[in-house]
Ligand binder design. Sequence first.
Ligand SMILES: [Mn+2]
Length: 458
Amino acid sequence: MLANARRRRKISYNKRAMNHYAALRRGLEKRLPDGLILLSGGNPITRNFDVDFAFRQRSDFLYLTGVEEPGCLLLIDPAKRRHTLFMPRLDNHHRVWLGDVPDPKEAKSLYGIARVLYADRLESELRRARGRYRKVYADAEAYKRAGKILRLANRGAELRDALDELRAVKTSGEIELMRRASAVSGRAHMAAMRRARPGQFEYEVQAVFEAECLRAGLKHLAYPSIVAAGVNAAVLHYHANNSQLKDGDLLLIDAGAECGGYASDITRTFPVSGRFSGHQKEIYSIVLETQKKCIDRARPGVVSAELHLYSMTIIAEGLKSMGLLRGDTDGLVESGAVRLFYPHGLTHMLGLDVHDTTGGRKRRMANPTKVPVRFVARLEPGFVITMEPGIYFIKALLNDRPLRRKHRDSVDFAKAEQYLDFGGVRIEDDVVVQPDGPPLNLTSVPKEIDDVEALCER
Ligand SMILES: [Mn+2]
C-alpha cells in the first residue's frame, strides 16, 4: 500500500510540473530581487479535539511550490538564487495516526526543490541570510514567525502586489491544470444531466456531480456546489441543496472541482424532464446568445466592465422581445431595470481562487462604464475568466416597492409576476484570453438546446 501511494504521488509531480513551479518562483524572485522572500504555507485548523478541518493549501504557496502538505514554509534568497522548502519534522506519533510523510530527501525529488530542510532549521538559515538584505517580503504569518530573528523591514503589501500581478496571467502549465479541472468538472456536469430525474432531491444530483470529481482524483471542490431546482435557481448563492426536483422544473448546477489548486467554475441549466418548455426555451436562448456573443468579444484590450455592459444590453433586448421590459435599451441598462432580472456580474478572474486576483496595483483602473461592477480590468492574453450571464425571477427584487415605483414605466411587473415560480437560467464557461481572436474555451459541456435535450434523454 505504502509503495503504491508513493508511486502515485511521484507521477503527479513529474519533471515538467517541477520546472513549472521553479519557473514561477523565479518569476517572483525577479520581481522582488532586493529582499528575502518568505512565505508560509497553511496550517491545519482544529475542528474539535483531534479532528481537523479538511486541509487545503494556501493559494500563494500552491502557486510557488505545488506542495499540498500543511506546515511548510518557502524561503527565496534572490542574491543566491536559492529556494528552500521547510517542512515540519513529524514524530512517530504522527506516523502512527496519519501515516508516513516524505523526509527532506524524498521531498526534494517529489517537489523538485533543490533544498528541502526541516522547519527547525529555519532560524539558523534566516540568521545566515539576513545580512545580505535590508528588507524582507513576507506574508503576515511568516513574519510573525521570523520577524524577530530577521529584524528587517517587512514589505508584505509589495509581496501581495507582486503575487497578484504574477498570478493574473496564467502560464501554459497553469492552463494545463485548469484544463484538467474543467474536463473533469465537465464530465461531472454531464453525468448529473444524464441522471437527474423528477422526484430526486437536489443533494442526490450533487452526489452524482461530486462523486465524478472524486473518482477522477480531484478531492477539492473550488467552491460549495449549487444545485438549485425550480425557484431555488433564483437564489444566487443557494447552498441548501435539499429540495425535490419536479417535472417541469429547470435545474441549475453551478459547480466545479479544482486540480492542483486551480479552479473550474461551470454552470449549466437543464430541464428536469429532459425537454425545455416554450417559456424555458425562450429565456434560455436569450442567456445562451448573450454568453456566446460575450465570449466572442473577450479579447485583449477589452475592459471587463464594458463586456458586462454589453451583456446587459443583449439581455435587455431579449427581455424587451418577451414584453417584460419596454423602452430604450440603453436607458434600461443605465436605470438598472435590467438588473432586476440580471443582478450579478458577467465575469470574474479564475485561477487558484475561484474569484481570483484581479491583477495587482498596476492594473487597477477606474470603471469606464456607469454600471456598478466589481471586476474592472483590461483583458490580457493569459487571463482566465468566466462568462456567466443569467436571467432570474427574484421575488425580493420584483416585489420590492421602491424598485417597482422606480421602474414602473420600463418593467411589466404584472407579466413578471407570472414567472415567479420560474427560478432562473445561468450558463457559465471558463475561457482563456488569447493574443489574437476569440478566447480558448476550457469548458466543453453541451449548452445548445438540442444537445442538452439529447444528453438529458429520459
Ligand atoms: Mn462564477
